[in-house]
Design a binder for this molecule. Sequence first.
Ligand code: ZN
Ligand code: ZN
Ligand code: ZN
Length: 351
Amino acid sequence: MKKMGQFPHRRWNALRQSWVLVSPHRTQRPWLGEVGQKAAPSEVAYDPQCYLCPGNQRAGGATNPAYEGIFSFVNDYSALLPDSPLVMEPPVSPLLVAEPARGLCKVLCFHPNHSLTLARMSRAEIRRVVDAWTQEYTELAALDWIEYVQIFENRGAMMGASNPHPHCQIWATGFMPDEPAAETVAQRKHLASTGHCLLCDYLAAEEKEQATEGRIIFENEHFAALVPWWATWPFEAMVVSRRHLGSLPELNVEERDALADALKRLTTRFDNLFQTSFPYTMGFHQSPTDSETHPEWHFHAHFYPPLLRSATVRKFMVGFEMLGMPQRDITPETAAERLRACPEFRQDEAR
Ligand SMILES: [Zn+2]
Ligand SMILES: [Zn+2]
Ligand SMILES: [Zn+2]
């Protein structure tokens, strides 16, 4: 591991039967200015200190263009590199297994305005982001060595987001990460044993249950937002397409509009729940981009917000949850009911 230990790689956890991604080169990442920086939405549309604002210089030395719409670039401090060596020294023990890990990490700014969030953006502005996500997925999927494209947003200091500028990250990997890999196995198994798609069946079950035990927060013509039956985080949510499709490029024009609408409405309800800019990690799960076909895959987004009772009281996954299994107090049904009671407009927004 001497030389290889300098490059991104993933190590096999033989006890847990899962992988951990190691990015040793990333320790050079500048940390100055990130510690203690507030990641609440900014009140200023332009921050001269922000490395994502138009025209500003980034820590890596590059200068952002004076962009007016959406801007994406390769992360200056990528956790994965496209040119990592593809061979590793043979393991000295079958319990000390590592694999090379290649990938591409990008950053995508949703908007030049530093003070916005998805909830504060208009449907038309979010729709342009949906188009950009689709384009990024398509371009990265076309690279023959990319097996998965993970689009995700960390929002708020509580989720470790150091910069309030509206942006997301895209990590395209030469391997399947564990979370979508587990969902691939489950969806394949369901399709093989029933002939149906798992999430199509799940959404039908939720729609049927809605009259008695509602976990659906809202639906529009093409998407449903719900607190899943198996939710771990207090106000965890999923946005699921109502039509069976595997990835962003399969959305038609109306479905792209409907996705923007669903994201606007869900993030606004979240902000209204505790009258705060709601922190979360959100991201899309979609068809792997390996050489296989994936009829089992059903496109969806996960939202994992940490807040429990107020803008400051968060849930921690510690103790029994770290050593045993996740546990929750508030039921998913109650969480969905609370989110259904939240308005879909912002107090400071003209209606
Ligand atoms: Zn900014
Ligand atoms: Zn489906
Ligand atoms: Zn998923």
